[in-house]
Design a protein around this ligand. Sequence first.
Ligand code: HOZ
Length: 432
Amino acid sequence: MYTEKSQSLFERAGHCIPGGVNSPVRAFKSVGGTPLFIKKAKGAYLYDADNNAYIDYIASWGPMILGHAHGPVIEAIREKALESTSYGAPTELEIDMAELIQDMAPNVDLVRMVSSGTEACMSALRLARGYTGRNKFIKFEGCYHGHADAFLVKAGSGLATLDIQTVPGITGGVSQDTLTCPYNDLAAVEGLLEAHRGEIAAIIIEPVAGNMGCILPAPGYLESLRHLCIREGIVLIFDEVMTGFRLSAGGAQQTLGVDADLVTFGKVIGGGLPVGAFGGKKEIMKHIAPLGNVYQAGTLSGNPIAMIAGYTTLKILQDNPDIYHELETKTLYLRDGLRHACRQSGTPAVVNQLGSMISLHFSEQPVTNFSSAAASRNDLFNRFFHAMLRRGIYLPPSAFESWFLNNALTREDLDRTIGAATESLLEIGAGN
Ligand code: HOZ
């Protein structure tokens, strides 16, 4: 496989973009090697600058649930763009979008559109603080809620990938209000509540974690958090940036049957354009400006091109609920194939999966939180990543990320992937 053009583009990018990339995980820093520069994508396939084709398991880190360049989405964007790309004034389409979100997602009485998952989470936290009059909040080790200052404590995703423990530029004052504890550890949450009674505004959690690989909540865990939040007057925020509109039309709240007070969205909600949103109970959302004084704003919030891409994607998902079943069937097939390949090669591995989220950890122990994800053989994952890439399979370049399936994947694509995994495991001597 020749990747000369990607290599020379990376070299050129390094002279004008920090690290040659606009988001750190893309740089392949932990897996090593040169990131591929992508020229185009269609369906389940990415094409790099050297015209190599890859089966895509990143799906732009989640958004491309229908596959790349999905006809109706592209057509809707094309038509909308002819009417201008931004007005900075309200449009009917924003109401359509908000009503659709209300219809699809539970517990969303009011919703505010923003332009990224980061903005959604930082605004939801500000709102929870403004609503409760408290400053501290609890987040979980290995969860990632975007790059706003308060969240970059013991965070997953790029911080885990690059092993960044402390982020220069974030003041002690900010991080002292961020309380952390291990995912799936209820006693640790109870300990924090006890130690900081009356001071905690919010608990924010990825109801299915996707930023330390894919990690599922233990049975009853989210229900217990729900109960504790009610008891303590704390706002429960579900960060559904990854799970929203992906696990089901109603996201993790619907799939797992637990209600949040505030929910944040990103990724699928924008159909591949920069969109985020936060919403929830009216009692809380009414504190957002201009209804209340918790200020939040954005020049491109509700942008018509972003809205039409998101609206069209969500409407397709709402009108075709079978898509979720199809995605899950494909993901289960991949999960079983990967498990079989690992067993065959004698490789201790854990494949966690829910809906169309899945990940592979080279571990003998169950992977249920950040420390078990970090204790996995991530050196092996890095070699596996490259062995798969050479075989035309594009996985996230980090063991600390979930893989996302898209519905354009065919049985043949999955069989090719499982075959490539079998060969890759043997090639890297994973079972030895
Ligand atoms: N924060 C994203 C994954 N959890 C990475 C986005 C990117 O590098 O594009």
